[in-house]
Design a binder for this molecule. Structure first.
Ligand code: MN
Length: 587
């Protein structure tokens, strides 16, 4: 492990300019010095981790700035050097990338317990979990702002997973779960099926140890036996292609990932005999024409299984995957899967968006263009379509993606609850919007908010990545002033409905009492009555005397809604000389 090795890895696929070599050497030395003396839990020098991440980034053929950023990715978090130091030494772009990776490092995904206790139905819970995971994936992209940040994070995670055994069991489980729920699907979304499978396989033994052991015991032999068989098939294919004047770039085997084999086995009653693509034969060719020709030749030799011919070249998978697949009754009548594709398709199947990025970067580089000029544009569109579709699912925004800069979530922000749940909100949302998104009660009772542990006003605008804690008080009611700053329709609707409710409560609560006192007509009667009220500190609002047949009636309206107090006054009023009868009502 040294800088020469890293440089030669990069130069395998493209020549490096002198400036690039200098940059990578400088980042290498800077990082090694900064991490000096630090060790990983496994005992190896910390710098090894940064180096491995950079090597992976180089393998994806990303630019030298991304490689430098990968070398530096843990510096701000784990050493004395800061983002500012990196900016001073390496400039804006590299410090931006490192800062992005540092921010992502603070996100954590945990299994949810407690928060939505009411949703005990399994399906609801799963649905909620899936949404939560998707929100976190979106948040990772939104926070990254640049696809290269995500790629460094994925390279970082890959190496962390490879060294996971050194960590305590509790941490292993959490990180494996996060990898399987967040990072592997994210890699898959970005078309990096190979990386996605690798991450899943690394997480698998930690998440499902029993199932993993069963697989190892039952499959290992089958894999070996299968490979031997395919060696025979390979020889036949090579010879036949040669006779037909087709020269493949390479023919190799693809062993199915354990994790995806396990998922498939669950659908096939754990019957290994039913899995034809345990190990597939992969033929990489120079042109698309060669691909279809090869498919035809294979079918001439061996009859295909009906329904197993897949033309993903004409109809790519949603994540952009292109290839021809067929399963045939091969030598000794054994069902065998073939995957046929060009080098470019293969590269993209392995490296997805990274391959695309590398491709757009080296547009000037002739050798790449000469390889597959026709499909370049089509492919680019597929990527854009895919990312756009993903975006549409959630925000409905019609904006066209000009580049791989991640601006398709710029209308959304993603904020985190203290329990790690990611809340997806429109840009400009406030703690009140956040509170109502979690629960109506939390919104209604909201009195304040802390963002990243600092108290902020309720109209404060949230940023992606903010950790938001809502402070509540049981008796608190929403204020109509909130309507001026909330962004979500949910919050508006709920505030209005809460305000309406409290109005009806006020209305329905009796505020005044009306008393009818039947009295004898005598001098000083009104004075005696009114002084009883004032002695009991009750304000009389109106006082009228009406005369019906018989005795006069004194009608008094007063500010009083307490039954006990009224009874007390009535008791006293009845003692007044000449008071005959008293009725009252509250309104
Ligand atoms: Mn790291």
């Amino acid at each position: 492990m040294n800088v020469k090795e890293l440089l030669s890895e990069i130069q395998k696929t493209k020549p490096l300019a002198k400036a690039d070599i200098e940059l990578i050497e400088k980042a290498y030395n800077f990082s090694q010095l900064a991490h000096k003396g630090q060790r990983r839990k496994s005992g190896e020098p910390y710098f090894n981790h940064s180096y491995e991440a950079a090597l992976k980034i180089a393998g994806w053929r990303l630019d030298s700035k991304t490689i430098a950023a990968a070398l530096l990715h843990d510096i701000a978090e784990d050493t004395k050097s800061t983002i500012e130091d990196i900016k001073k030494e390496f400039g804006e772009e590299i410090s931006f990338l490192v800062n992005g990776v540092t921010k992502l490092g603070r996100l954590k995904y945990r299994e949810q317990n407690g928060i939505h206790k009411k949703q005990t139905l399994k399906t609801k819970k799963e649905e909620f979990g899936a949404m939560r995971a998707e929100n976190l994936r979106k948040m990772i992209l939104a926070l990254s702002q640049d696809i290269r940040v995500v790629l460094i994070k994925l390279a970082d995670r890959l190496h962390n997973m490879k060294t996971l055994s050194a960590l305590p069991p509790q941490k292993q489980k959490r990180i494996a779960l996060e990898t399987s729920e967040i990072y592997a699907p994210l890699a898959y979304r970005l078309g990096m099926a190979n990386l996605s499978g690798e991450l899943e396989d690394l997480a698998f033994p930690y998440l499902h140890p029993t199932e993993y052991n069963w697989l190892i015991e039952n499959v290992k032999e089958k894999y070996d036996e299968r490979q031997k068989y395919l060696e025979k098939v390979k020889t036949v294919i090579e010879k036949t292609l040669k006779e037909n004047k087709i020269e493949p770039v390479k023919i190799d085997f693809r062993a199915k990932y354990y994790s995806s084999l396990y998922k498939k086995l669950l659908r096939y009653d754990m019957n290994l005999e039913q899995i034809y693509d345990l190990v597939a034969l992969r033929i990489i060719l120079k042109t698309v024409e060669d691909c279809y020709m090869t498919l035809g030749i294979i079918h001439q030799f061996w009859p295909p299984l009906p329904g197993r011919i897949k033309d993903y070249i004409a109809l790519p998978k949603p994540n952009g995957y292109r290839s021809l697949h067929t399963t045939v009754f091969c030598i000794d009548n054994r069902p065998t899967e073939f995957q046929i594709r060009t080098m470019e398709m293969h590269d993209e199947a392995e490296n997805g968006i990274a391959a695309h990025w590398a491709y757009t970067q080296s547009k000037g580089a002739k050798q790449y263009l000469e390889q597959k000029p026709i499909f370049a544009e089509k492919k680019e569109l597929a990527w854009i379509r895919q990312l756009k579709d993903w975006q549409k699912e959630f925000s409905g925004s019609e904006e066209f993606l000009q580049s791989l800069k991640i601006d398709f979530f710029k209308d959304r922000i993603f904020a985190v609850t203290p329990k790690g749940e990611v809340i997806d909100l429109p840009a400009g949302s406030t703690p009140v919007d956040f509170a109502y998104t979690i629960h109506t009660q939390i919104g209604d009772n909201c009195v304040g908010a802390k963002i990243n542990n600092k108290i902020v006003p309720l109209d404060h605008q949230l940023q992606s990545g903010d950790l938001v804690e809502i402070l509540t008080q049981k008796s608190k009611k929403p204020s109509d002033s909130w309507l001026k700053f909330v962004k979500t329709e949910t919050a508006k609707k709920k505030i209005k409905s809460a305000l309406k409710d409290s109005l009806t409560i006020i209305k329905s609560q009796p505020k005044t009492a009306e008393l009818k006192i039947i009295v004898e007509d005598r001098l000083g009667m009104l004075k005696d009555i009114s002084s009883t009220f004032s002695q009991n500190r009750v304000n009389i609002q109106t006082i009228n005397v009406i005369r019906q047949a018989g005795y006069p009636i004194v009608k008094i309206r007063c500010a009083l809604n307490d039954k006990n107090k009224i009874e007390k006054i009535i008791f006293k009023l009845k003692k007044i000389k000449g008071v005959k009868e008293i009725n009252y009502k509250l309104n």
